[in-house]
Each structure stands twice: as C-alpha cells, then as structure tokens.
Design a protein around this ligand. Structure first.
Ligand SMILES: O=C(O)c1cc(=O)[nH]c(=O)n1[C@@H]1O[C@H](COP(=O)(O)O)[C@@H](O)[C@H]1O
Length: 233
C-alpha cells in the first residue's frame, strides 16, 4: 500500500472516563488523536501523557486567538507537552501568527503549527453576520496566504476549499480538513462537508473526524473502514 493517510479522530468528550473508553477501541496504526477545548479543560495535561503512553500522536486543538504576547506564551506552554500539532486562528493577524511561531520555536521539539482559516461550521451568511462582506473562498485564500507568509506549517480549512486553494501553495504546506462526513451521515453543526475519499483526492493532508467515528455503533470498525477506503490505490 503506497499511501498511509492516518485519520485524526476528534476526542470531543467531557471527561477522562469516556475519552479513555473510546481510545481503548482505537488503533494508533490507523489514527492520531485530537484533543479540543472541552476535554483539555476537563482533564488537563495528564490526558496528553496518557495518550502518548498509548503511542498516539496528539493534535492539541485549542485554537488560540488573543493578543500576540498571550498567544506566544500559550503556544510555548502547549509545545512543552510534546504534542504533534497545535493551532491558532489566522484571523488574529500576522503579528499574532508570528508570535505563535516564536512560542512554538522555544520548545526543544516544536509541534506543527497550523491556523484555522474559516471554520467548517461557517458559510457566507455567517461571514456577513460578523461584518466580512468578501466572498467566503476569497476570505479562506486570504487567511491561508497570511498563514503561509507568517511562516506556519499549514491551515485548517474545509476539504471543499482545496479545489481553489491547493495550487497557490507549495507541496509542504499542510491542509488539515475537518467537516468530514460519509454520504449518509448527518451533518450536525458542520456546513461545508466532504466524504473522506473525496477529501483525500482533493489533496487533504490530514482528515479530522469526530462524531461519524465516535458516535458510530462500532468505532474501531468505522475507523478501519475509512482508513482502508482512503488508502486504497
Ligand atoms: O480546528 C479544528 O479542528 C476544527 C476547525 C474547523 O473549522 N471545524 C471543525 O469542525 N474543527 C474541529 O473538528 C472536529 C470535527 O468534529 P465532527 O464534526 O464531530 O467530525 C471538532 O472537534 C471541531 O472542533
């Protein structure tokens, strides 16, 4: 098998017990894990140590967005946890993005630093609500370019954005894509979705998948099925 695209499973749980129960069903050969605001706030760094002890790489998704000095220190603190990837909001602007990078570079082993462009739960009318009148695609491209110029490793975007984004960036720039749904899945609060196979075909570097796996009847089987589907030649 030539390709080896691991899925990043979003551990969106309220407590350690529920998170550990799901983790015990997952194979680190098929997936990395994403720890977000809810679980990290409830459990703290002990959870990250636990996941590392089980051989999972961890994406710490805290989406920092604050004044540059605060974001710099938050990124530095996150980097000391030895995680694989962390993120910030690109809409914090270049000073904040560069400060984030400085924070990350203080750690002995820097995590990948990526920036969220336009959330996959947002659509054109959500941008209008917050006073952004530009076309959604132009806004995604603008924030992705700002991220690249600021020296970060890549962006979080919808897989739907890849068709107009990919050819503006070099092959090392990462595209992390949540909002992944199989054809018969419910979208929940996601607005811009794509199937796993289509997202990989469109050039996604890492698929982030939460509820379609965590709330399925058999999470380990669902994970394996998606892994095999996206790694077929
Ligand atoms: O940064 C993220 O991971 C993220 C960015 C984004 O634009 N959209 C998005 O859904 N996410 C995260 O990706 C996960 C998606 O989960 P599901 O919708 O359950 O698959 C959640 O943990 C979100 O916080």
């Amino acid at each position: 098998m030539a390709a080896d695209h691991k899925i990043t499973v979003a551990l969106d749980y309220a407590n350690l017990t529920d998170a550990k129960s799901l983790v015990s069903k997952l194979n680190p050969e098929y997936c990395n894990l994403k720890v977000g605001k809810e679980l990290f706030t409830a459990t703290g760094p002990a959870l990250i140590e636990y996941l590392h002890s089980k051989n999972f790489k961890v994406f710490l998704d805290l989406k920092f967005h604050d004044i540059p000095s605060t974001v710099k220190k938050a990124c530095e603190a996150a980097s000391y946890l030895g995680v694989w990837m962390i993120n910030v909001h690109a809409s914090g602007g270049s000073m904040m993005l560069e400060a984030a990078l400085e924070g990350v570079n203080k750690a002995k082993q820097s995590p990948l630093l990526i920036a969220v462009t336009v959330l996959t739960s947002m659509e054109q009318k959500t941008l209008e609500e917050i006073g952004v009148s530009r076309n959604l695609e132009d806004q995604v491209l603008r924030l992705a370019k700002l991220t690249e110029k600021s020296g970060l490793n890549g962006v979080v975007c919808s897989a739907k954005d890849l068709s107009f984004l990919k050819n503006h960036f070099n092959s090392l720039f990462l595209f992390v894509t949540p909002g992944i749904r199989m054809t018969d899945d419910v979208a929940n609060d996601q607005r811009r979705t794509m199937t796993p196979y289509e997202a990989i075909k469109a050039g996604s570097s890492h698929l982030v998948i939460g509820r379609p796996i965590t709330q399925s009847e058999n999470p380990s089987k669902t994970l394996e099925k998606i892994y095999l589907e996206i790694n077929q030649s």
